[in-house]
Write a protein that binds this ligand. Sequence first.
Ligand code: ADP
Length: 608
Amino acid sequence: MKKEKQKPAYGMLSNCAFMIRRAWRDCKSVLVIAAAIVFCGVSASLLELFVIPAVLEAMEQGISPGALFRLILWFTLGMVLIRALRRYLDANTLFGRVEVRSGLCSDMHQAFCRTSYPHIEDPGYVKQQEKGNEATENNRSAGEAIWNTMTELLTNLISFGVYLLLLAQTGPWVALLCIVLAAVGYLIGEHIRAWRYRHREEESALWRKLTYSMERSKDMKLAKDIRIFGLAPWLSEIYDKYSRLCYDFCAKSQRRILWADLLDVGLALLRNGAAYGLLIAMALRGDLSPAAFVLYFTAVSGFTGWVTGIFSGLSTLHRQSLDLSALREYLEIPEPFLFEEGKPLPLQPGRQYALELRDVSYRYPGGEKDTLSHIHLTLHPGEKLAVVGKNGAGKTTLIKLLCGLLDPTEGQVLLNGEDIRPYNRRDYYRHFAAVFQSFSVLAGTVAENVAQAPAEEVDLPRVWDCLERAGVAEKIRELPQGADTHLGRDVYLDGVELSGGQMQRLMLARALYKDAPLIVLDEPTAALDPLAESEMYQKYSELTGDRTSVYISHRLASTRFCDRIVLIGDGGISEEGTHEELLALNGEYARLFRIQSKYYREGAMEDA
Ligand code: ADP
């Protein structure tokens, strides 16, 4: 809870400097254009301020009509040129600014894809990432909108300085009155904005629920259930409820804005009335010439604008700075694993590998007890090891430890006798081909998915060889574009959906293509029936040859071909041996095996 209130690591100036450094690196034109916009803003305001007083003064001095015409022409030309330049700049600001923001987006994206895996499972890290993303989401996000804020703020500050010098010539009162009343007006407005800011979580929770109910109604995956279970009235009820609540929230917020606007108008009347009164009194006393009167008169209304602009610019900059600070803090979260800065661990083709868990315990962050406790397990070179156990026993956690996706809370993971921690973790991952429970198929072509690489890097003959060995080549040949057919319809309308079994074989082809010395299978067959699972595991076993491999399953029969089976239970290895040895032991494995085979036999008879 306390964390929420923590001060941001970087202040406004630091974040402005950060963005300027990014623009200097990624797109210098952003800085040039920003400076030019400030120039235009200040020049335009000065021209507008001085045009009428200058003409009046010239007339007072009785200059010739020709000179007067030339004077007006110069002012007009100046204004036209500045407006044209501003238009040109506005039309050209977007691309550079988007480029700078895209650079930040890319850093965020890379950071999430490349960070140590434990971060992905850490809700604190994910939350920080979401906060950081807010700075880059769209054109209105801090990572892009800050340029507007900075240029406007700078224009306001410079113009404020000029107007202040000017008004100061009439004595302190006019300038003071404008500053104080503009500040009061601003504070009232800020009170309203702060109310909205304080309630932003409530507001976004309402919108999230409304959007959720809208999206679920359109969700193709839910279409069948919506009809069969008659979910439509329920979804409509949710939609109606949250659309009403959103409406009420907006109405509440609009009422506040209306009151603030009314007060603002009142203050403007007071300010202008008083300031103009002072000026009129001075003019009547003969202290001001007509030209000077018009000049100060114009300056009073403009001055208030600059003061309000500075306040609101600072407040916007403050909020944007919070977002940018969150982004920078996210990008600077230290990595628990070593990557490029670690020792290299080159893959040695043809070498066999042993993996060892030495007195390993693991507890998930925030967990009350260890999921795995003091495990000793050695996976010998070329061995086929099965890890079995009930759901939730800790099999996947064990695999994550072996694959180096998690580091033990206590103990060590050793590759051929060496602790893996000092090594480059990406080098370590190159030693593994793994298939996890959820298939990681991307919306690329079949070949790209097998090779896990973009099309130009794919070794096509090798892809076909692996598809052949995995027994899915025939199916892929039948597809409209063979191995160039896209998978899934999320991105490509011509994509194909493969069945569970075909997908299995594709994953096998992918594992074969990687040709890694260590193979891990974490129940990728959960969607298959027990017989198909058994066959699939046999096939993996044949095709992966004498590579060191680990097979995980909660179906005990699937892994009986393995050299050794370990049963995980109560956070540790409760039984260990070959299938026959474990049956002879007549312990938990034998009991589970009997229950499962009875179920499968009955299932098979029912099917028959
Ligand atoms: P299995 O693969 O044997 O089904 P897991 O290794 O997935 O079991 O899970 C073991 C235990 O660890 C379960 O109680 C599960 O709830 C818990 N667990 C798994 N992943 C996480 C996580 N990211 N955070 C907290 N607890 C987790």
